[in-house]
Design a protein around this ligand. Structure first.
Ligand code: KG4
Ligand code: ZN
Length: 332
């Protein structure tokens, strides 16, 4: 029989992602990770759902071809096809899901539907020794801020989540507020390099809570008020980033200590943030924790992470051909 080769597709938002993962003796290997990032949304300052769907339709085939070329394999070598079923923009999801089902049917191989957050979590465990179970997984993206306790492949238990805005959403909104453009995360991070966090007083959200939730909307409102009061954009960016990072790291660390978990994976678009990585690395040293981030190109939305999370289906002959796109899909 053919060696395992998984094709993963993600079209949950504004990136068309197609990845290829092979299972080799040493473990999984990402052979290709082709991502087409839609730029049409830039002038709107946010993602336009209708435009996103249309761009996915146009870009999915060229992105697939790019992935096959990058991996040096043929479509006929694929043994399993996986795609994101949600959450995300329903019209965008439908494009990738339908395309993937069609490919699987044409190739005569199984199709599996994957939860988008599971993809982000799998990305962080893509390289290195397999992680011990249970471990914590913090997913911080434009749409999610979720802390999971991971008991095994596919076995996720929610420990905490944002009560309002997602972390990335807050970065995006604050960036827009102070005129830094979209996407806001990288822009805030750059501006913060030239800012003084102590020059602006911002609140510590949910300080003193016993649980492991997050909240960013109060921080965002405080940033708006400071902006109106004349704070320098760079200082505001630095202060906001410092508070957001502090909340993410402190709450995750408290959960690790309370649940006695030694390993944490951090993923999603915001996991690209340098200040966040440094703060987690520092906490890891002080509390003797192992903290893992996805390798660079697997941080933001991509197809390889969907292929990686479908590895657990390789020894299972079921198919998800009846799965529909689910804009509000829940994990677990
Ligand atoms: O995971 P992702 O690519 O898409 C979603 O599933 O949402 O995450 C995108 C989010 C955006 O909100 C973006 O501003 C944020 O990740 N982001 C960052 C950084 N790079 C991307 N936030 C903070 N710092 C960054 N360097
Ligand atoms: Zn994502």
């Amino acid at each position: 029989s053919k060696p395992p080769l998984i094709l993963g597709i993600d079209t949950s938002c504004d990136d068309t992602g197609v990845g290829l993962v092979a299972l080799e003796d040493g473990g999984p290997r990402v052979l290709a990770n082709a991502v087409y990032s839609q730029s049409v949304h830039r002038s709107y300052g946010g993602v336009m759902p209708e435009l996103a769907s249309r761009e996915h339709v146009e870009r999915i085939r060229p992105t697939l071809d790019a992935a096959l070329e990058e991996a040096g394999v043929r479509l006929q070598d694929v043994t399993l096809v996986a795609a994101t079923r949600g959450p995300g923009l329903v019209g965008a999801l439908l494009v990738g899901l339908t395309y993937a089902k069609g490919l699987a049917q044409g190739l005569g191989v199984p199709f599996r539907a994957v939860h988008h957050l599971e993809g982000h979590i799998a990305a962080a465990a893509a390289e290195g020794e397999p992680l011990e179970y249970p471990h914590l997984a913090l997913v911080v993206s434009g749409g999610h801020t979720h802390l999971f306790d991971v008991h095994g492949p596919g076995d996720y238990r929610l420990v905490g989540a944002t009560r309002d805005d997602a972390a990335g959403e807050a970065f995006d909104k604050v960036a827009r507020l102070i005129g830094l453009g979209y996407p806001g995360g990288p822009a805030i991070s750059r501006a913060a390099e030239n800012g003084d966090a102590s020059a602006v007083e911002l609140p510590r959200p949910l300080q003193g809570q016993k649980g492991f939730d997050f909240s960013f909307s109060g921080l965002k409102t405080a940033a708006l008020l400071a902006h109106r009061a004349g704070a320098r954009p760079e200082d505001l960016a630095a202060a906001f980033q410092a508070r957001a990072v502090e909340a993410l790291v402190t709450t995750t660390r408290r959960a690790a200590v309370a649940l006695e978990r030694r390993a944490i994976v951090v993923s999603g678009g915001v996991a690209a943030n340098r200040a966040l990585r440094e703060a987690f690395a520092d906490t890891a040293r002080r509390y003797r924790l192992e903290v893992r981030f996805p390798p660079g190109r697997l941080n933001t939305d991509n197809g390889a992470m969907i292929a990686l999370s479908a590895l657990r289906f390789l020894h299972d002959s079921a198919s998800d051909a009846d799965f529909e796109a689910d804009a509000e899909a829940y994990l677990p």
